[in-house]
Design a protein around this ligand. Structure first.
Ligand SMILES: [Zn+2]
Length: 333
């Protein structure tokens, strides 16, 4: 069984009328999973209008209610001063990160809820309640460094999940694959010198895209040298380039590392229709990427895979691609 963790409350993080990381992203995903009949509960946003052109599927996901995270969860990665800074900024509706990361009064609570969705998904997989799980929540996390919230991200959700799995379940080797079109600088910063987490990021080349890091020569430091793998792709690349890179570099890295669990930073902004980047991945490309990761999980982790939403800013492309991602997660092998 594959779990789906989300909360309609994630729309309460209000980034203003023109921000790409907006509440409608969550509404589009909720509509998409219902149009595909992956989820049977009523749509929490019935008034939201969008035409996704998604056909009904035979697969069903298990809906899992999220538990909000606490500041002590966030402290697995972030110092208290960062947490306090986010909290106080949200109280005043301040904009973090030189204008990129707006907040509102609810943002602190919703950032912890988004983190909680990711932890809930990980707990469900670690306990064996389901084989794989997807957390559909916002704000995203992979740009947040231990000391710095940035790039629409407050807390480093997937990095905190990795630490949580190590602490709570004794997992020793965690692999994170990040296929968001932007480099996962935050996740990388958390584990650069730590060999207990393999971090692999596929992204548009840093010379053409935010945040400008993620060169192939960034391979980790000290004892963590060799457990950071950056795969920058030239702008304009699509399904063929992504799948070739996964086959040539990502899967061999996972094979060599032999993780206890596979975590996925699932951003859908490498889509051809995405407004923020210059890659050409199709809906089907996201399904094929996911199928390869599922296969790697089947080989090394007993199938255990936890996927956490990152970016994806064209609402139709996002909704459709998330459904294809979920189909690949849920299909029996
Ligand atoms: Zn992104």
């Amino acid at each position: 069984m594959v779990g789906f963790v989300s909360s309609p409350r994630c729309v309460e993080h209000d980034t203003g009328p023109h921000h790409p990381e907006r509440p409608d992203r969550l509404r589009a995903i909720h509509r998409a999973v219902r149009d595909a009949r992956l989820i049977e509960s009523p749509d929490p946003f019935p008034e939201f209008e969008i035409d996704l052109g998604i056909a009904s599927q035979l697969l069903r996901l298990a809906e899992i209610a999220p538990k909000s995270a606490t500041e002590s969860d966030a402290r697995l990665i972030h110092p208290q001063r960062l947490i306090d800074n986010v909290k106080h900024s949200c109280e005043f509706g301040a904009v973090l990160d030189m204008g990129d990361t707006p907040t509102c009064a609810a943002s602190f609570e919703i950032a912890l809820l988004s983190l909680g969705c990711a932890i809930t998904a990980a707990d469900a997989v670690a306990r064996g309640d389901c084989r794989r799980a997807f957390a559909a929540a916002r704000p995203p996390g992979h740009h947040a460094e231990p000391d710095r919230s940035m790039g629409f991200c407050f807390f480093s959700n997937i990095a905190i999940v990795a630490r949580h799995l190590q602490r709570a379940y004794g997992m020793e080797r965690i692999a994170i694959v990040d296929f968001d079109v932007h480099h996962g600088n935050g996740t990388q910063a958390c584990f650069e010198d730590d060999p207990s987490v393999l971090f692999v990021s596929l992204h548009e080349h840093p010379s053409t895209l935010y945040p400008g890091s993620g060169q192939a020569w960034e391979v980790g430091d000290g004892p963590g040298r060799g457990t950071t793998l950056n795969i920058p792709l030239n702008p304009g690349g699509g399904d063929t380039e992504y799948l070739a890179a996964i086959d040539a570099k990502v899967l061999p890295a996972i094979d060599k590392y032999k993780p206890d669990i596979l975590l996925v930073s699932a951003g859908f902004d490498a889509h051809a229709d995405d407004p923020l980047a210059h890659m050409q991945v199709s809906d089907d490309g996201f399904e094929q990427i996911t199928r390869r990761l599922v296969q790697a999980a089947e080989i090394h982790t007993g199938g255990r895979l936890v996927s956490v939403l990152e970016g994806g800013y064209n609402l139709v492309a996002l909704g459709r691609s998330v459904v294809r991602h979920l189909i690949a997660l849920a299909d029996p092998i």
